[in-house]
Design a protein around this ligand. Structure first.
Ligand SMILES: Nc1nc2c(ncn2[C@@H]2O[C@H](COP(=O)(O)OP(=O)(O)OP(=O)(O)O)[C@@H](O)[C@H]2O)c(=O)[nH]1
Ligand SMILES: [Mg+2]
Length: 397
């Protein structure tokens, strides 16, 4: 863990307020879930959430996202509580951002910007760094007239990490040049990676995919005895790691990939396409789900949609429900502890199995529960595929 980049906690944490719009028909749990996730993102970026403002609206206001009355309320709060930044739960258009900044006179971030900032702090390889930088520049290009960047540039902090701000502001043309330079660099890296991948086509390739923070890296470490960075923060993994794994003399490749999230900035998905090549070119996907998360079913949906965008939805998939040790049924307060967990998880299991044909498993990577079962299933799948693909391969038997 020592060599990983983490944020300096010695500096004063920036205090944030969050702003979300509640759409018609949105349930209170949903609103809470969205804002909890945004809180987690702010926390991951090194900030601390001081307060949350929400407004019920048919759709966000085109000029100022929330209504002017609400904005006035936020402004007063920001002034009196000396808040450092205001974070909106959706991507703001360039004009919304401009209007809001003018009104609030404080640093304004949106969800996309925040995610990009976290990515910038996490990127390790030149590929990841180039991809993030490209996404950040594409995000900034139409938003060059921001006010707070002038004031805050020297101070650094959340939203300010990444590509050089001076360049970004001084010349739009320079950004465009930089963008094309980065694109060229990415193309080169892609080519190198492609060659690398071609050199290992003999082995079956398995990729761990899933929502962020579900335990993909923990599973990777457990199965491959590797030391991939895992922690209770969003986007701990940015770079794909590939390891050769051997189960019962059967070698295959296992890769750990970047986690998915709701409303992933469009530019970021585009820029990360090549990181996700590993997913696109995998033979088998292990879709990891955090079954202890209150909205894990929504997360499954988000992951499936992202996989569809990548053209990887039709791959052979194993669904692994992880963190069964942490599963609690919120409605079963009255039952005793043991009953509560087994009963409700069993219920879910039954209804899931009845509705889906996908092979599914329930494990705890942390407590090493049902691990053998998991390895066995994985082994069976890899063998089956291997036998089809290399029918004469004696190595196996
Ligand atoms: N209770 C419990 N926690 C777990 C389990 N598996 C993983 N975790 C924890 O969940 C957190 C996230 O784990 P990671 O392995 O980093 O998750 P990830 O899916 O790789 O996350 P990203 O790389 O951020 O997308 C860590 O704090 C793990 O210790 C489990 O079976 N039970
Ligand atoms: Mg990870």
């Amino acid at each position: 863990m020592g060599k990983e980049k983490t944020y300096d906690t010695a500096v004063k944490q920036e205090r944030a307020v969050l702003v979300g719009v509640i759409r018609p028909g949105e349930k209170p749990e949903e609103t809470k879930e969205y804002l909890d996730e945004l809180t987690f993102l702010v926390d991951t970026a090194g900030g601390v959430v001081d307060n949350i403002f929400t407004q019920k609206m048919l759709k966000p206001d085109r000029g100022t996202f929330v209504g002017t009355g609400k904005l006035e309320e936020i402004r007063a709060y920001v002034k009196s509580e000396e808040i450092d930044m205001v974070v909106f739960d959706d991507e703001l258009s360039p004009s919304q951002l401009r209007n809001i900044e003018r009104e609030l006179e404080v640093k304004v971030l949106d969800r996309s910007n925040l995610i990009l900032d976290i990515f910038a702090g996490r990127a390790q390889t030149s590929q990841a760094k180039t991809q993030v930088e490209l996404a950040q520049l594409q995000y900034l290009l139409p938003r060059l007239t921001r006010l707070w960047t002038h004031l805050e540039r020297q101070k650094g902090g959340i939203g300010m990490r990444g590509p050089g701000e001076t360049q970004i502001e001084s010349d739009r043309r320079m950004i465009l040049e930089k963008i094309s330079l980065l694109k060229g660099r990415l193309k080169l890296i892609d080519k190198q990676n492609e060659t690398q991948r071609k050199n290992r086509t003999e082995l079956i390739r398995v990729a761990l995919v899933g929502y962020t923070n579900v335990g993909k890296s923990t599973i990777m470490n457990m199965i491959s005895k590797s030391e991939v960075f895992a922690e209770n923060k969003l986007f701990a993994t940015l770079d794909t790691t590939v390891r050769k794994v051997v189960i019962d003399n059967l070698p295959f490749l296992l890769s750990d990939t970047v986690g998915f999230i709701r409303k992933l900035p469009h530019h970021l998905v585009e820029c990360f396409k090549s990181t996700l090549d590993e997913v696109r070119e995998a033979d088998i996907l292990i879709h990891v789900v955090d079954v202890s998360h209150t909205s894990f079913e929504d997360q499954i949906r988000v992951v499936n949609e992202t996989l569809k965008d990548l053209g990887a939805r039709d791959k052979e998939t194993i669904v692994v429900f992880n963190k069964i040790d942490a599963y609690v049924n919120p409605e079963a307060d009255e039952m005793n502890e043991d009953e509560k967990v087994t009963l409700t998880l069993e219920d879910f299991k039954r209804s899931w199995m009845a509705q889906h044909n996908t092979p599914s498993l329930f494990i705890s990577a942390l407590h090493k529960e049902n691990l053998e079962e998991f390895k066995q299933l994985l082994y069976d799948k890899v063998v089956a595929l291997h036998t089809v693909r290399y029918p004469y391969d004696k190595l196996l038997y």
